[in-house]
Design a protein around this ligand. Structure first.
Ligand code: FUB
Length: 373
């Protein structure tokens, strides 16, 4: 994850006034956001932020015991100077959102995990995910360690909303960012991870960390996301870390120069009609794309775009089924007026077509505009 001039920031303005007038429901009154400068003239988003008291991003949504829990990053303005490596994404804790159903009241829970309670972590708590097993809850999270290398940690709790207690060390063999944990129907759990540039994936090409950025040439297979099966206690990798192959329709790996389609960050997996859907952000081309396969380990064949670029540089999502409908959780920077590191989590319905393909979503048009098209 990195920073450049926010895409479409000048072209799109926001309908934040209506959000402030009651569009968002949340049961917590803490106010961290400064959204007073937004005007009604600002417009064009298909969904409203789930909470406005704080900035939230990178939503990982799950259904536990019939209820939706969202595990987001908690964006803050830490006044860290903006740097190309994303240093200003200087998040220090996690807070969980929950709701009985999409459209219902959203509860913003207290701090679930603070960086000061993670013995190995130095800075930057980025996109987390969570899993449940046998009534215990696991929060998986990336943070830079004291050597400034991104690792992935795990913390546990008896409650889906925490507080979570962190393990003293990160998961052995883990690196980079954006863990996403998928539970298969047979009870096996897999972690997908990796993020290029600020997420340091390009520093692990040799299998060991090298503090220099190395990318394959444009006509070579692109850097691939990683997958590891999790051990029975969900605390470690069971076997090695493997590449997630993303192939084109001819069975060839996507190439580095294929910016519109190759992986960048934000992996997620869902299963629909027996197929595994691997979705991800294309990073500097700002799409959420997807590829499908017959095994949770891949390979996956590229299919198309789920979500077009949103307001703000990053694009990061999750996909979950609840009460017979599928939902896309995503974020954008509408509430902060386009600030890339101050984002808000949103949700919209996702539709699978009869052939298994997914309808592309453009979050930057109103429902009225959508109906017209
Ligand atoms: O929130 C920090 C980073 O921004 C995430 O880890 C990336 O996926 C991007 O959304």
């Amino acid at each position: 994850m990195i920073m450049k001039t926010p895409l479409k920031q000048t072209a799109f303005t926001l309908l934040v006034a209506s959000l402030l007038a009651g569009g968002c429901q949340s049961s917590n009154s803490e106010v961290e956001t400064d959204n007073t400068e937004a005007t009604a003239e600002q417009t064009s988003q298909i969904s409203e932020p789930l909470v406005t008291e704080i900035f939230t991003a990178d939503p990982s949504a799950h259904v536990f015991n019939g209820k939706i829990y969202v595990y987001p990053s908690h964006d803050i303005d830490a006044k860290v100077p903006e740097k190309d490596d994303g240093s200003h994404f200087a998040m220090t804790d996690y807070r969980v959102l929950s709701m009985d159903s999409v459209g219902g009241e959203v509860t913003l829970h207290d701090v679930a995990l603070d960086i000061k309670d993670v013995p190995w972590a130095g800075r930057q708590m980025w996109a987390p995910d969570a899993a449940e097993k046998d009534g215990k809850y696991y929060l998986f999270f990336p943070a830079k360690d004291k050597q400034d290398i991104f690792r992935i940690g795990v913390a546990t709790s008896d409650s889906p909303t925490g507080p979570f207690k962190a393990q003293p060390e990160p998961i052995t063999g883990s690196y980079s960012i954006d863990p996403a944990v998928f539970k298969d129907d047979n009870g096996d759990y897999y972690m997908y991870f990796g993020g290029i540039w600020g997420g340091q994936l390009q520093r692990w090409s040799s299998g060991k960390y090298k503090a220099t950025d190395e990318y394959p040439a444009d006509d070579q297979p692109a850097l691939m996301p990683k997958v590891a099966k999790l051990s029975g206690d969900l605390m470690s990798f069971d076997g090695g870390v493997k590449d997630v192959q993303i192939l084109d329709k001819d069975g060839k790996p996507l190439l580095t120069g294929d910016n519109d389609r190759r992986f960048f960050e934000a992996a997620w997996v869902h299963k629909y009609n027996g197929k595994y859907y691997f979705s991800y952000s294309t990073g500097d081309t700002h799409n959420i794309a997807y590829a499908t396969g017959d095994s949770p380990m891949g390979p996956f064949t590229y299919q198309g775009v789920i979500l077009k670029p949103v307001l703000g540089w990053t694009n990061h999502h999750s996909i979950v089924e609840h009460n017979g409908k599928w939902y896309l959780f995503f974020h954008d920077s509408s509430l902060s007026g386009g600030k890339t590191h101050l984002r808000s989590v949103k949700v919209t319905e996702l539709k699978h077509n009869p052939d298994g393909s997914i309808e592309t979503i453009d979050a930057m048009v109103t429902p009225e505009e959508q109906k017209k098209s």
